[in-house]
Design a protein around this ligand. Structure first.
Ligand code: KG4
Ligand code: ZN
Length: 342
């Protein structure tokens, strides 16, 4: 009998401010997941400084990969392929991971698989939900992206909607800075909102006229700034937790509303969230409730698989591996890579 061999992927992720490597078995079993975060470093500057990010990736990447292999208890000989994020992201940051992955794959004579960062975020859902298979709808909300996607098959996507301006995470980060919470904004707003009243201030829920699935977050961000400036000019006090909670509610309301519109329109039976903002407790709660109301299954990754990590890249690379995707030694970083592009 033909015994099915396990497939081990060594995955590398360096598209923004996390240097990460992981070993993933058969796309769903994480043998190791190492993340070296630069958050503390960038906090000094109030946001990610691309040049510093690239330098730090170079410093950390070898050690992160070695630890990932050691923790998984494997060597490069055991690995079947090397997967790496090659876009979208910061070009200098991406280049570090791509160059490293190419060098390892070449030296170890293993196939190289370039992975789209958003495909990775979506695949994060496969890790803890062994039963989840396409088709399903997925809302990808991160620092750089806000996409409502129909996952038609592994590696096959249809983008239903996207943001017209700021990404959801970007809005969290900018508002956090404006209300004095600092960087990284998302987790801080999430935390302080628990002590605030989400109905204290009514911020606008933007709808993009010609597309029910597109998003816009620059308006709500400006509304928060105007509210605070208005209070300051009138010499009135404003409550940080109330503003944070009200802003968070305005964003999650729109995300839930547009997502459920798509669920009904497409007759989806499964709905997933992904990306850094998917770690937000209010969004998780609201989506869960909305999916229950629709009578559909709701999937979300643990917070560690929501924010940038390499395990999700390993999960996506596995399905690309199965479908025959192989990249050459000319693979380059593509900062504005489109989803579904090869
Ligand atoms: O996916 P990710 O790690 O990187 C990108 O691909 O962009 O997402 C980072 C974003 C940041 O904007 C961060 O503020 C946001 O995700 N984020 C959160 C939470 N945790 C991270 N936003 C809201 N609530 C959270 N708990
Ligand atoms: Zn990301």
């Amino acid at each position: 009998m033909d015994e099915k061999k396990d497939v081990l992927i060594l995955a590398v992720e360096s598209s923004c401010d996390e240097t990460a490597a992981a070993v993933v078995k058969n796309g769903r079993e994480v043998l190791s997941n190492i993340i070296s975060s630069q958050i503390a470093l960038h906090t000094l500057y109030g946001g990610v400084v691309p040049e510093i990010a690239s330098r730090k990736h170079i410093e950390k990447i070898n050690q992160v990969i070695e630890t990932a292999l050691a923790e998984a208890g494997v060597t490069l000989i055991d690995i079947d392929a090397v997967g790496v994020t090659y876009g979208p992201g910061l070009v200098g940051a991406l280049l570090v991971g791509v160059a490293e992955a190419k060098a390892i794959a070449y030296a170890a004579k293993k196939p190289l698989i370039g992975v789209h960062h958003i495909e990775g975020h979506i695949a994060a859902n496969y890790i803890e939900h062994k039963e989840l298979e396409p088709p399903f709808l997925c809302l990808v909300v991160s620092g750089g992206h806000t996409h409502l996607v129909r996952v038609e098959d592994y590696g096959r996507f249809k983008i239903l909607g996207r943001t017209r301006d700021d990404a959801a995470g970007e809005a969290f980060d900018k508002v956090a800075r404006a209300i004095g919470l600092g960087y990284p904004g998302g987790p801080k707003i999430d935390k302080v909102s628990k002590e605030g009243d989400p109905d204290a201030v009514l911020f606008p829920r933007a709808h993009v006229g010609d597309s029910p699935y597109d998003f816009s977050f620059s308006g709500v961000k400006s509304a928060v700034l105007n509210y605070i400036n208005g209070c300051r000019m009138k010499g009135e006090e404003w409550n940080q937790a109330d503003v944070a909670a009200s802003f968070q509610k305005a964003v999650t309301d729109v995300l839930v509303e547009n997502a459920m519109h798509a669920v009904r329109e497409y007759g989806a039976e499964k709905f997933a969230i992904a990306g850094g903002v998917a770690a937000n407790s209010a969004l998780r709660g609201a989506m869960k409730e909305a999916c229950e109301k629709q009578g559909i299954d709701f999937y979300y990754p643990s917070p560690v698989y929501c924010t940038d990590n390499a395990a999700m890249i390993g999960a996506a690379a596995y399905y690309e591996y199965l479908s025959g995707t192989r990249h050459g030694w000319d693979l380059n970083a593509v900062p504005n890579l489109k989803l579904g592009e090869r």
